[in-house]
Design a protein around this ligand. Structure first.
Ligand code: FMN
Length: 204
């Protein structure tokens, strides 16, 4: 420890949005939910992640948005992980609603049905999860953690990672790049990757 001020660091104003002050890496995925009128909605989320190593998934939402209210009502939602080629679709899904609360742009997004729940995925997304709502946690100001149990799912064959099948995993990602969202305003297409240098005999 030293009491010298580190001049390489800028102090953050924690009264303001600290996440806006620099870049952080996130998955970008699309939550699917059923609207009250029977249509299906899609909305992109970057505050979203696996919860533990069993089949739970969570994302941050707010009662102000239809996605949250749809899921509270229907108790199910889908998760579609888009490929880089689906960047535009992912962004369009966040288009502002019309005065009548509709999102006509969604009609342009090709979809594919879920199998175990009442829902749809963005067609051609590479990783698809069907979730049953288990709880909404918190209040982080207006935001809440929406938690689902994954009851079914599938992955694009080309991107399926099976330990021991002889596939070079670096090549797998190179041939099927991943989309990263760099909050607050950039994205990246990941082709290059390396094996993580885990400590010897790592235990979770
Ligand atoms: C790149 C990107 C990331 C977003 N991440 C989130 C998020 O993590 N949580 C959230 O509630 N909204 C997020 N949004 C905003 C919502 O997805 C957006 O307001 C959505 O279209 C609301 O739709 P709805 O009214 O149909 O629920 C994000 C939007 C974009 C463009």
């Amino acid at each position: 420890m030293t009491d010298e001020t580190n001049t390489n660091m800028v102090e953050l104003d924690v009264e303001k949005d600290v996440w806006n002050r620099g870049y952080t890496v996130h998955s970008l995925l699309i939550i699917g939910s059923k609207e009250e009128d029977g249509n299906y909605n899609f909305a992109p989320k970057h505050m979203a992640m696996p919860l533990g190593f069993s089949n739970h998934f969570g994302f941050i939402g707010t009662p102000r948005k239809s996605t949250y209210r749809n899921i509270q009502r229907e108790k199910v939602f889908t998760v579609s992980y888009p490929k880089p080629s689906q960047l535009t679709v992912s962004s369009l899904a966040a288009t502002q609603r019309e005065d009548d609360d509709s999102k006509p742009v969604l009609d342009q997004i090709p979809t594919t049905p879920a199998q175990k729940i009442d829902g749809y995925f963005v067609e051609d997304s590479y990783f698809q999860l069907e979730c049953k709502l288990t709880e909404c946690l918190g209040k982080f100001d207006e935001w809440e953690l929406v938690v689902g149990e994954i009851v079914a799912g599938r992955i694009d064959k080309k991107m399926s990672r099976k330990v021991g099948n002889g596939v070079d995993e670096g090549q797998l990602i190179y041939d099927n790049p991943l989309l990263a969202y760099l909050h607050p305003n950039r994205f990246s297409v990941i082709k290059e990757s390396n094996v993580f240098p885990f400590p010897k005999e790592l235990k979770r």
